[in-house]
Design a protein around this ligand. Structure first.
Ligand code: ZN
Ligand code: ZN
Length: 87
């Protein structure tokens, strides 16, 4: 674990020295949460990621109800990693 970590660190440093890829290298070097792919957020199951869902149809137009689960963002904090994105 130590040797592998050092190797990843060196790769990260090299990438940073070349410039521009520091954040990406850090992300790759860190163990990512499998559930959210390291983003820290997962698609809201309540609204399927739309941020809202069709409620009761009133007249011709169906009312789009903002999803209370995700605050209409379509994303919720990943419970697996608590939103950190790291395993
Ligand atoms: Zn939602
Ligand atoms: Zn996660």
């Amino acid at each position: 674990m130590v040797a592998a970590g050092l190797g990843a660190l060196m790769t990260m440093v090299a990438a940073a020295a070349e410039g521009g890829e520091e954040n990406r290298a850090k992300r790759l070097a860190m163990p990512r949460c499998e559930k959210c792919k390291g983003s820290g957020q997962v698609t809201c199951k309540t609204c399927g990621g739309a941020g809202s869902y069709a409620g009761v149809a009133i007249g011709v137009d169906a009312m789009l109800t903002p999803c209370p689960k995700c605050g209409a963002t379509g994303k919720v904090v990943c419970r697996t990693c608590d939103g950190t994105g790291n395993a």
